[in-house]
Each structure stands twice: as C-alpha cells, then as structure tokens.
Design a protein around this ligand. Structure first.
Ligand code: ADP
Ligand code: MG
Length: 729
C-alpha cells in the first residue's frame, strides 16, 4: 500500500509545468469568438430574424416556428463555420452538474448520402427523460417525460466542437426541474417590481435587471494524490488527515506569488473562458495553502449564473490537462479555510444606473436609499429563506466555522450609511415641514458621497455586506449553483419592492406629496428592520448570544435550514409571485434533502471503507511489527532491563491496540446508524437521522485515524498526507 503514496510522490516531484500559450496575443482578438453573440448574430441572421432574437432576449417576446427555422439554420451555419458538427441542449438539472446530450447535425438522405440538419423544432425544444434526473416525485404524479426549452436570453456557445443551447428543463406538465426556470421567473418579477419603483424617480426606466458578479474559490491538488485518496475521489473532500505543522498560520499564501504550474493552468482557464465570453478578470492565491480564486466582471444575473456553471465545468477540464484536480467542495481539508463563492449582487436600469450606487444629486440618492433600505428589509423579513438557499452538506462545514460567515443571516451597512439611516429614522410622521425636507435633502440624503469611504471598511465576517455599490452575499458555497441564492434574493427583493410601492401609493392617495410619502415609508421600514443589521464581528460568541436575543435564527445544519423552503409563508410568497408553486417547491425540498442524505451516506460508506480497508490493516500490521520487535528484545535482556527498554514499544502496541479497537467499534456503530436511517421513508426524517446519528461518528473516527497517522511509521501510511497534498506543487 505504501508504494501508492511514494509512487505518487515521485510522480509529483518530477512534474514540469504544462506550458500553455494562447494562440493570440490579446484577449480582444478572440474574446467571445465561441459565442453566438451580437456580432455573430448580425453576420449570420437576416435582419428580421435578428430583430426577433433581440426582442426575445430583451422583452421575452415569442419567436414563431418559421422564424425559429431561420434562426436555427443561421446558428448551424455559424457553428459549422467553427467546425462544430454536433448540437446539444445545455441545462442545469438539480444534480449540481450541467447536462448535455449531443446530437449530430447529420441526417442520412434517401439516396444514401447525408446532409447537415438543424431546424427550429430542434432549437426550441427537446425531450430528455426526466426520470433519470432528480424530480422529487413529480414524474410519479404525472409523466416521465421532460422538456428542455431554449432560453434566448443566454447566448448559445460552442464547447468541445458542439453547439450548446442554454435551455430550461421542465416536466411534461410544466413543473420546473432545474435551476434556471425559477431564476428566470424571479428575474422577471424583480424587473417588474423595481421598474415600478423607479417610476417615482425616473420615468425613462423601462427595465431593471439584476446583476451578479461571482468570486469562485477552489483548491488544486496534484492528480497523483487525488487518485490515491478514495475520499477525494468519492466525496470531493478529505474525511481523514492530520493537519500539517504549517497550515495557514503564517498568512503567507493570500495574494502570494502564484506557483508556475498553477500559473500555466490559470492562463489556460482564462483563455478558454474568454473564448466563451466569460469575462474572467481576476486571479489570485487565496488564504489556505493550495487555494485560489477567479472572479469575472459582473453580468446580467441569468447569463452570470450560466457562466458560473460553465466555468466550474471548465475548471475541472483544464485542471486535468495540467495534472491537477480541482476541488470545488466547500471544505476539502480540515483545519484550514474552506471555499465560498461570494455573490455580488445589484440592480441596474436600462438607462445605465446602478440602483445600489449613490449618485451626485439628492434625487438619485433618495432612489439609492429606497433600493438600499428595501434590500435590507427583504433580508430581514426572509432571512430564513436566504439561509435555506445556501444550505448543503458541504456548506455546513463552513458556515459558522470561524472562517466563513456564520449561519446567522445579518446585514453589514458600514458606518456612513448606518448614520444616514439613523437620521432618516428621525423623520416625523405625516407631512414633512419645509425645513425638515430641506435639511434631509441637503444634509442627509444629499451628503451621501458618490464613492463610499466605508468601502475600505470591509467586514469579512458578515454574510451579507454592502460594499459601496452592491451587496455581497458571502455565505454561498463554492460548489453551489448561484441560481439558488439568486432566485431567493431576487424574489424576496421583488416582493418587498411591491409592498413598498403599495405603502407609498397609499400615503399618496391619502394626500401626502410623493417625497413625504417616500420618507415616511422608508422611516417605518428602517425602524422595523433593526434586528438584521450588525456591524460587529460575526465570528464572535457574543454575536451568537446577541443574535439569539434579537430573535435571529441560527440554523447550523442543512436539514433544519431547508425547512424554510416549505413554510406556509414561503409557499405563499413563491406562489404569489409565480416563482414556484407548492408542488414544485415541495419537490425541490425533497430533492435537496435527498441530495443531503445521499452525500452523507456516501461519505459514511467511504469513511467505513477507508478505515476498514486502509487504516486498520496498516495499523494492525504496524502493531504486529512493533510487537515482534519487542519480543526480540525480550530474548536479549533480563526481565527488568527489558521492561525498561521496551517501554516505548509496549506503550505503542497498547495505544495502537486501543485505537484499533475504538475505530472498529465506531465503524460498526456508524454502519448500524446508517441501517436505521435507511429504513426511514420520509426524506425529511431520513435527512435528520443522517445529520444527527450518522454524521457525529465522523468526528470520533477522524480523531483516532488522525492520531494513528502520527503514530504509524510514515513509510507505511497508505494515504497521501496533508503536507504533501497542500504543499507539493
Ligand atoms: P473585491 O470585492 O474583490 O474588492 P470588487 O468590489 O471590484 O472586488 O468586485 C468583486 C466582484 O463584484 C466582481 O466580480 C465585480 O464584477 C462584482 N461587482 C462589481 N460591481 C457590481 C455590481 N454593480 N453588481 C454585481 N456585481 C458587481
Ligand atoms: Mg469581494
């Protein structure tokens, strides 16, 4: 067994960076060249087809069949001009991975030849079997068939010689079976709600879109180590492994110089991303050893979500070419930081205004404050839903682990804006006096600087922080599909904006001037959303106590956190705004629970195998070896000298024996707990059983395995160690 480790080590020591050189000097020469973007559309589409696609992209207008035929044939011509001979509907089922089923353009003709065929019907809709994807029982109630349907708002692209068409994935009866469907619905309602509210300030606003800029953290390990770790292969994280002497305590990795092998990998990732029009701009080392980050420029949220899914796929593909494996798991290594995916979010108008960016005039700033306050209130009223949107088995290791924001949802505003809200809260009820209005406009609202100095005062411990011109939702997990958090965030903000509009309009109807009505409603909202605002250290114990006093939830595990999805108020909210009906919501809830307990089940089985087949045999062999050595000593010495001399050996034999005993009984107990859990039919109860009675064994088992790692001969240890995986590059 030991040879695996040393072969791996030898292999990694001989690694040379895999050189990568883009065939072009400047990104501008190839950026977006594999995307059916505006430039390609103008070149390949007829004028009327171009107008039809743009209409569908911008206003969701329908495309008829003959027009779809025209568009399909133009897409085919474009794709073939780039040597793509296949096409696929590309979608995001609730598995966490993207799905594609390639079909060739080619079609045999009667005279024995073949032609390339791709028509409107093929572009617009396909029918993959929904029963092979997570569907939460929807197919049992209705039909196994599912549909994928073209989403013209996200451009088609070519990957691996295949034309990929972004699509939604729904059941035969129209229930959403993917991430994109509810996201598109949420983006539509937030557009509607925000556009209405913008009318108070600017009549030219006809459309508002949500923006998303994700920051993707990940780990890289050498592929030789990866394949020698059954836990990494099966679960994406290490289930055992003692911390190395040097972790991240020297703080020498963050923004450090990028190792050459990693640099070559990053270059290729950037190149591939840019071909696909993913605007990746930033690359750097992260806090933990072997941890890195990529971030693009923000985009319209639906496109940004697709790009992130595509990007995670790209990372994995490119990593293999460089003899790396990328770990997207939230907590691949114990004892050092895990990975997140900050979701930077804002709202932007068709007139080019970022609604969360302060401006030059009091009027612009009142608009800014309106959206700012409503976003805070949305998070305050629906913190549990936001928490549910980031719940996963992997993210449970991160949230609240003093390296990532806690599982308590709060909002950080910064000193300056907190002060502004405090002033606004003092506004008197009803009609404002001319003096007060002047004072507010000139000295409160008017004084919000265009660039907020607080920008530098970043509070890294807040899960939802305002960072100058956007909110940064930091609690999202690195492996998550951003659609989940973006669907919930945009839904709750849309709902809040509708409520806001209702309140303001009702005051106007009662005779208040528009500005007076706005100030009155904002004041009420500020005074009723204090509990969610927190500027202090989110990692501290004090905050946990304080949050509990304020009545904020602290839901540290996924089964409990997910429950918020199916509360009566969530069902009503999602249904009212047509994001997800209660059947879809319940199906989704079951799918997420299932995903959770299956992941814990796989981890538990893998850990059992690791201990039984790798760790225990090694420890037992080593124990026998040491015992034999002791026996030999015994033949050389008298009783007293032997007892003295052989004490270390004898102690070690005992220690190994104790740990072997504990481990084998813990593994049996864990297996028993699994058997009990597996008999539970109800997904919610089963998830809870996995969380409460299977998972706790992991810690005890890990503790003793990690102690064994320190006791057993290094040459015999069957697994690559942390110090090797994290530092050998
Ligand atoms: P950092 O947070 O690392 O200091 P930035 O503040 O420049 O860096 O941006 C981080 C991320 O936020 C980037 O992906 C950036 O594109 C994104 N971002 C910036 N402005 C917005 C916005 N208005 N809406 C959404 N994302 C944004
Ligand atoms: Mg950031």
């Amino acid at each position: 067994m030991a040879t695996v480790r040393f072969l791996g080590l030898a292999e990694t020591l001989n690694r040379k960076p895999v050189e990568f050189k883009a065939p072009f000097k400047k990104s501008s020469e190839y950026y977006g060249s594999n995307v059916f973007n505006d430039k390609a559309m103008r070149e390949f589409l007829t004028k009327e087809a171009y107008v039809a696609v743009r209409g569908a992209m911008e206003h969701g207008s329908k495309i008829d069949r003959s027009m779809a035929d025209q568009i399909a044939s133009a897409m085919k011509a474009w794709a073939m001009s780039k040597d793509a001979m296949h096409y696929t509907h590309w979608f995001q089922p609730l598995t966490g991975a993207t799905a594609e089923k390639h079909d060739a353009f080619f079609e045999p003709t009667e005279d024995g030849r073949a032609i390339e065929k791709f028509n409107g019907a093929m572009l617009v809709q396909q029918e993959p079997d929904a029963s092979s994807f997570p569907n939460g029982g929807i197919r049992n109630t209705f039909e196994a068939r599912g549909y994928t349907a073209w989403d013209p708002s996200s451009p088609a692209f070519i990957m691996n010689d295949t034309l990929c068409i972004p699509t939604v994935f729904v059941s035969y009866t129209g229930e959403a079976l993917d991430y994109k469907t509810p996201l598109l619905r949420a983006l539509q309602v937030v557009d509607q709600a925000a556009t209405q509210v913008c009318q108070y300030f600017d009549r030219n606003v006809t459309k508002v879109h949500a923006t998303l800029g994700w920051e993707q953290e990940y780990f890289l390990v050498d592929s030789a180590y990866f394949v020698a770790r059954p836990d990494l292969v099966m679960t994406g994280r290490t289930l055992v492994g003692h911390s190395p002497a040097k972790g991240q305590q020297l703080e020498d990795h963050y923004f450090g110089s990028i190792p050459e092998r990693v640099m070559q990998f990053m270059r290729e990732v950037e190149y591939e991303s840019h071909l696909l029009g993913i605007p990746v701009k930033t690359r750097h080392n992260e806090v933990a050893p072997a941890q890195f980050e990529f971030a693009p420029i923000f985009e319209e949220a639906n496109v940004a979500v697709d790009h992130n899914s595509l990007f995670m796929d790209l990372l994995e593909k490119v990593a293999r070419r460089h003899n790396f494996r990328v770990l997207l798991h939230e907590k691949p290594f114990a004892g050092i930081n895990g990975s997140g995916k900050h979701n930077n979010w804002s709202l932007a108008t068709n007139t080019g205004t970022n609604l969360l960016s302060p401006g030059k005039t009091p009027k612009r700033n009142l608009q800014f404050l309106t959206f700012f306050v409503n976003a805070i209130v949305a998070v305050d009223r629906h913190a549990d839903l936001l928490r549910a949107s980031i719940a996963s088995a992997g993210n449970d290791h991160r949230l609240g682990a003093n390296e990532a924001p806690p599982a308590i949802i709060s909002v950080f505003l910064g000193q300056q804006l907190s002060a502004v809200l405090d002033e606004l809260e003092k506004v008197e009820s009803g009609k404002l006096s001319p003096e007060q209005k002047t004072e507010l406009k000139l000295n409160v609202v008017g004084k919000i600087p265009e660039i907020l100095l607080d920008n530098t005062d970043r509070n890294r411990t807040s899960p939802f922080a305002f960072t100058g011109n956007k909110f940064e939702f930091r609690a999202v997990g690195s492996a998550a599909n951003c659609a989940q958090s973006m669907t919930v965030l945009n839904t709750i903000v849309a709902n809040q904006l509708f409520e806001f509009k209702k309140s303001v309009d009702s005051l106007i109807e009662q005779g208040l001037k528009k500005d007076d009505a706005l100030f009155n409603v904002l004041r009420d909202l500020i005074s009723t959303s204090h509990k969610v605002r927190f500027e202090g250290d989110g990692y501290s114990e004090d905050w946990k106590n304080e949050a509990a006093k304020r009545g904020l939830s602290n839901l540290p595990d996924t089964p409990r956190a997910l429950k918020a999805y199916v509360s009566e108020s969530s069902k009503a909210l999602f249904e009212k705004l047509n994001i997800l009906n209660h059947i879809e919501l319940e199906a989704r809830y079951d799918i997420l629970l299932e995903d959770y307990f299956k992941k814990i089940q796989i981890e538990s089985r893998t850990l059992g195998d690791l201990v039984t087949n790798h760790i225990l045999p090694t420890a037992m062999n080593y124990q026998a070896q040491v015992a034999e050595g002791a026996l030999k000593l015994k033949s050389l010495y008298d009783e007293r000298t032997f007892a003295q001399l052989a004490k270390p050996q004898l102690d070690l034999v005992t220690e190994l024996g104790n740990r072997i005993h504990i481990l084998s009984s813990e593994v049996s107990a864990m297996t028993e707990a699994r058997k009990v859990a597996n008999k539970i039919e109800d997904p919610e109860a089963r998830a809870v059983a996995y969380c409460d009675s299977v998972k706790p064994h992991f810690e005890t088992i890990r503790y003793h395995v990690d102690k064994l790692e320190l006791s057993v001969d290094n040459a015999l240890w069957p697994l690559p160690k942390y110090r090797e995986m994290l530092y050998a590059r």
